[in-house]
Design a protein around this ligand. Structure first.
Ligand code: NDP
Length: 459
């Protein structure tokens, strides 16, 4: 490694992608520094996946207490203490933050506190010091995007939703993506009155249409009001709370308004333009198949590149970067059959092609579906169903997509993603013995093809 520079690698941003890349690069013998202007751990650990999932667990207890009665527990819904949940969640985030710092230190990575700014292609300024490095990795993530409407400053985003001083009595969630449906579910289960405003006809654009329709039905059944096909035009705020106005003249009152209208790459003020690193119209760093930017010694991974914005993908991109640059093994990130989950209530697990995408790509598509009341709810009487769907290439028999809405969907679909990665066929699914009695066994016992019909994608 070169002594010409202070470091072999300087990483800007200590989130999932940056931390993984720095640790692995250090393990490969590189002298590595990483800078961070917030807390080590990034969006996933500090203000995303982990704290959100803890709130999802917390909120789900309402269902569990209610369901317990049918199983002989004379339970009354206990009082809920939002402050305690938030304090306990914060404690766990502090613990994880400490673990991440420890991992970096143990790997010999130097942690530099502060915001990094590129001043030339080999130099990063943090505060009043500048460090030189042979390679620079940009891993600065993304931040919530608020609609550009009057009064937007009165709306919170997922950042603030995780730390509210108290639970809102009424909340309006604007947007219908991952974050919107997850937080709508959390607040509704904790007892808030929740309204959602979305601009399309259905939630979760890009997911399989059956899941989109099924989730909206399930959320409405829980009392979440989903208002479709309207755009927010302004937010007003007074002592009584907020009023959200839409383009069709409606007004929604609430204590709190949350914008969950997407995220934008964190690339402003990084000095990228000055050193020749190109970004696109959203500010995402442009990279080639190896995560290399338009400057040959500068790479970028994770949400700041706006490829597939998921933590495990950022980790994978960080790992591929290290293989490419430090291990003599040029490796492109593989985006095929990446599974993902939405921790809505009920949750979603999905991998592979949606029916709509498969029909665009394949001459013949076979569809298998199953909708059933989970065994648990035969006693509770809860009006909740699980839905599973297989999308199969009718010519090769290969399973192209597995989609599930229902309890444990994320846990179930992770395993199926291995099968899809291996190119499993429907015949191989059928030859697999189920585990009884589970919901998951349904994925290997679906035998009846859906009748062929004209497929109309949802909006
Ligand atoms: P998404 O892109 O999933 O959703 C954004 C939502 O905002 C969509 O419903 C979109 O509508 C709507 N929207 C965007 N612009 C406007 C507008 N101008 N007016 C009205 N509505 C608008 O973003 P999220 O913020 O929910 O999540 C960001 C990313 O974080 C996701 O891409 C995901 O990869 C990641 N994530 C993953 C999670 C997981 O794995 N469980 C959990 C949370 C986040 P439309 O559909 O019409 O575009």
């Amino acid at each position: 490694m070169s002594d010409k520079y202070d470091f072999d690698l300087f990483v800007v941003g200590a989130g999932s992608g940056g931390v993984r890349a720095s640790r692995l690069a250090a393990a490969s013998g590189a002298r590595v520094a990483i800078c961070e202007d917030s807390r080590v751990g990034g969006t996933c650990v500090i203000r995303g996946c982990i704290p959100k999932k803890l709130l999802v667990y917390g909120a789900h207890y309402r269902n569990d207490f209610e369901d317990a009665v049918a199983y002989g527990w004379n339970a009354h819904l206990p009082e809920f203490d939002w402050g305690k949940l938030i304090r306990n969640k914060d404690q766990e985030i502090d613990r994880l933050n400490g673990i991440y710092i420890g991992l970096l230190k143990n790997a010999g990575v130097e942690i530099i506190e502060g915001r990094g700014r590129l001043i030339d292609e080999h130099t990063v300024q943090v505060g009043d010091r500048a460090w030189s490095a042979k390679h620079i990795l940009i891993a600065t993530g993304a931040r919530p995007y608020k609609l550009d409407v009057p009064g937007a400053e009165h709306a919170i985003t997922s950042n603030e939703a995780l730390d509210l001083p108290e639970l809102p009595r009424r909340i309006v969630v604007v947007g219908g993506g991952y974050i919107a449906v997850e937080f709508a579910g959390i607040f509704a289960n904790l007892g808030s009155e929740v309204a959602m405003i979305i601009r399309r006809e259905e939630l979760l654009y890009g997911f399989d249409d059956d899941l989109r329709v099924g989730l909206a039905q399930a959320m409405r059944a829980k009392g979440i009001d989903i208002h479709i096909c309207r755009n927010v035009t302004r937010v007003e705020h007074d002592r009584a709370g907020c009023n959200v106005h839409t383009d069709i003249g409606q007004e929604y009152g609430a204590d709190l308004v949350m914008f969950a209208t997407g995220r934008l790459p964190n690339t402003a003020d990084l000095g990228l333009e000055g050193v020749g690193v190109d970004t696109d119209h959203l500010g995402a760093v442009k990279v080639d198949e190896y995560s290399r930017t338009t400057v040959p010694n500068i790479y970028a991974v994770g949400d700041c590149t706006n490829r597939l914005n998921l933590t495990p993908v950022a980790l994978h991109e960080g790992q591929c970067f290290v293989e490419t640059v430090y291990r003599g093994n040029p490796t492109k990130p593989d985006y095929g059959n990446v599974p993902s989950a939405v921790f809505s209530d009920p949750p979603i697990g999905t991998v592979g092609l949606t029916e709509t995408a498969a029909r665009r790509l394949c001459a013949k598509v076979d569809i298998y579906k199953s909708r059933f009341r989970p065994l648990k709810h035969t006693l509770t009487g809860r009006d909740e169903f699980s839905f599973m769907k297989l999308v199969v290439d009718g010519e090769t028999d290969r399973v192209l997509g597995c989609h599930m809405l229902g309890t444990d969907a994320p846990e179930i679909v992770q395993g199926l993603a291995v099968a899809l990665k291996c190119g499993a066929t429907k015949a191989q699914f059928d030859a697999t013995i189920g585990i009884h009695p589970t919901a998951a066994e349904e994925f290997v016992t679906m035998r009846t093809k859906e009748p062929e019909k004209e497929h109309e994608p949802a909006e």
